[in-house]
Design a protein. Structure first.
Length: 229
């Protein structure tokens, strides 16, 4: 992948349910005094566009299917980082998260008719078949799905990829790459699970192969990064 250039901005992609809230605290330590910018929707509005300067970092949710992808803000972005997670585990974590939000009384559009897990999964599969599964992290990459070879995407758009299953080792490798100090890792926004859906795992793998393609390629690159610590 690319070598980090501290004279250029860094784009941190917060893929939902990959520890992005905890990782934001790490970035706030590494990028103090106004050099960290957050990219999140507020009250249904699209995230604001930041005027990034050398050495700045922008961190948040990017989603091309919803009109605020990386390519909408900076189509030439070449210094991206992201943490990936086994796709079915990520999907499950998001399901439990939105169910918890619903239980706390927060409105969740996806759950307005109180669908079962099976129904909700089938809806995402239908979106996938029609090519607009905005819930999938493939729409949160720096380019639109299918417009760039995956190896080229990771090697020419990213300076680092982390893996949640190797979180501490990944953050250590990233600290070394960025020339930042090692810190105690926070763990926030953790959602407990109360059910077992592993019977769906193989089905998910068949229905969402594009997610696994990216994940496996990122996983291999992450192993090489960690080995170089």
């Amino acid at each position: 992948m690319l070598v980090y250039d501290p004279t250029r901005p860094l784009v941190s992609l917060h893929l939902p349910k990959t520890g992005g809230t905890s990782f934001r605290q790490v970035l706030q330590t590494w990028f103090p005094e106004g050099t960290l910018h957050l990219h999140y929707s507020l009250n249904g509005q699209r995230p604001e566009r930041h005027d990034l300067k050398a050495g700045d970092c922008v961190h948040g949710h990017f989603n091309g299917a919803r009109g605020f992808g990386v390519w909408h803000y900076d189509p030439e972005a070449r210094q991206c980082i992201a943490f990936f997670r086994e796709p079915f585990d990520l999907f499950l974590s998001y399901w439990f998260f939105i169910r918890k939000q619903q239980a706390l009384g927060h409105p969740v559009k996806d759950l307005e008719d109180d669908p079962s897990f099976e129904v909700w999964l089938l809806r995402r599969a239908a979106d996938q078949a029609e090519g607009h599964n905005s819930h999938s992290f493939v729409w949160q990459m720096p380019v639109a799905p299918g417009t760039e070879d995956l190896d080229r995407l990771l090697d020419e758009r990213f300076v680092f990829v982390g893996i949640m299953e190797r979180y501490e080792e990944s953050v250590t490798a990233l600290a070394r790459l960025l020339g930042r100090p090692l810190i105690d890792l926070p763990h926030v926004n953790i959602t407990e699970r109360d059910s077992d859906f592993n019977a769906w795992r193989r089905i998910y793998e068949r229905w969402f192969p594009d997610e696994y393609d990216i994940y496996e390629k990122a996983r291999a690159r992450n192993a090489a990064l960690i080995a170089g610590i």
